[in-house]
Ligand binder design. Structure first.
Ligand SMILES: Cc1cc2nc3c(=O)[nH]c(=O)nc-3n(C[C@H](O)[C@H](O)[C@H](O)COP(=O)(O)OP(=O)(O)OC[C@H]3O[C@@H](n4cnc5c(N)ncnc54)[C@H](O)[C@@H]3O)c2cc1C
Length: 255
């Protein structure tokens, strides 16, 4: 998995503090950069009050590579976000990479079954694409197009059906943009130990990246147990202390 912060609203902490000042006492729209201590003060105040709308003014765009289509299904459930995802309709998966869950990788017998399954899926995909391509060409699909354009259209129509045999493990890449409020929600849900290991690792890396550029805004972002008791009841992982250590360590790196 490779996660990069591609772009973000310049000086996010200062902009949110400026927006907060408009709510709580500025005589006019503040155009000058606020002092660092005032930024901290306003952001802390918003956090304590649970006044989250000012943080919607800043957005963060991530490049995400080497994650599974399982993660894609999970992250795209977050509706307050924008996504651009590599297409399996337009891009051939002849040589697809795949993600192996660590639990499977750790058990040789499971790893062997898994690898076999991926190889079989890859071979079925290739064969199916070829059979579909041949049938469409023989049938004269897209004959009204030029030879080159018809071949391209046949290729696309073939791989878009052949892809149905591809596994959830199949690697994908995407660009994702969320504003800070949506990220708070994302981190609350997906940094929690109840989230699956892959999206949890993705969320952790995203959090570390935004903390680097926007420390005040994201200091308290993370799983709910970071800032109080675990709200998960019977579903709690019981590791709140461990989670607090993980998400408060200053030296946490994006690895
Ligand atoms: C541990 C875990 C297990 C899960 N298991 C399942 C599962 O088994 N099956 C399943 O289908 N999903 C499952 N999900 C996905 C989950 O239900 C959410 O779809 C996903 O986490 C996105 O969260 P969200 O709706 O808060 O985010 P967003 O879509 O980004 O929404 C952000 C917030 O905006 C508000 N909002 C957005 N849209 C609406 C709306 N239409 N009406 C009212 N308010 C809205 C809500 O307050 C919401 O919290 C699971 C998630 C987690 C973390």
């Amino acid at each position: 998995m490779k996660v990069t912060l591609l772009a973000y609203t310049p000086e996010p902490d200062a902009l949110v503090a400026a927006a907060a000042r408009v709510c709580y006492g500025a005589d006019a729209i503040p155009h000058e950069k606020p002092a660092a201590d005032s930024v901290e003060k306003f952001i802390n105040m918003l956090t304590e009050m649970g006044h989250e709308s000012p943080v919607e003014h800043v957005s963060f765009t991530f490049g995400i590579e080497g994650v599974s289509r399982s993660v894609l299904a999970q992250i795209t459930r977050h509706r307050i976000a924008s996504f651009s995802v590599r297409s399996q309709r337009y891009v051939s998966e002849d040589e697809f990479g795949y993600v192996t869950p660590p639990e499977i990788a750790a058990i040789p017998e499971a790893a062997e079954i898994y690898k076999r399954s991926m190889e079989r899926a890859a071979e079925d995909y290739r064969q199916l694409s070829e059979v579909l391509r041949k049938a469409k060409a023989e049938r004269g699909d897209f004959a009204q197009k030029s030879e080159k354009a018809a071949a391209k259209a046949i290729e696309k129509a073939s791989i878009e059906d052949a892809r149905y045999v591809l596994p959830n493990a199949c690697e994908t890449m995407m660009v994702v943009t969320m504003n800070a409020r949506s990220l708070y929600n994302f981190f609350r849900l997906r940094c929690c130990n109840r989230a699956q290991w892959e999206i949890r690792e993705l969320a952790r890396q995203m959090l570390m990246l935004v903390r680097e550029v926007s420390p005040a805004l994201f200091r308290k972002a993370g799983p709910p147990c970071l800032n109080g008791a675990c709200p998960e009841g019977k579903m709690s992982c019981g590791k709140a202390e461990e989670m607090r250590k993980l998400y408060t360590a200053k030296e946490q790196s994006n690895g």
